[in-house]
Write a protein of this length. Structure first.
Length: 107
């Protein structure tokens, strides 16, 4: 997790939470424009996706899990998903299960 040195991210309780959940913290300089812009863009994307899911009657934590799963499974410009780049294997989505009997052909 990348964050600034704001007190909420540096207190002992949050450090313990990160440690027990396998989250590694990386701190950046406060107000760093490039990093701050990226964080703001991710927050806006999450908000937009949550707005699209307002009609779904499920808890917010499940909505966030679904959004994160879709994000992690979406292919990037390099042809790999974030999950594949991190885990070195492709995660399966429902579409993969539906069409598992088709062989992917490369051109």
């Amino acid at each position: 997790m990348v964050s600034d040195n704001f007190s909420i991210f540096t207190n002992e309780e949050f450090k313990y939470f990160c440690c027990t959940n396998g989250i590694k913290q990386k701190f950046i300089a406060p107000g760093h424009p490039a990093t701050n812009g990226l964080a703001e863009r991710n927050v806006q994307t999450l908000k937009d996706k949550l707005k699209l899911m307002t009609s779904e009657n499920i808890p917010i934590n499940l909505k966030v899990q679904r959004i994160l799963f879709r994000y992690r499974a979406t292919l990037l410009a390099n042809g790999k998903s974030p999950a594949e780049m991190y885990l070195n294997w492709k995660i399966r989505i429902k579409l993969d299960a539906m069409f598992s009997h088709y062989e992917m052909k490369s051109e």
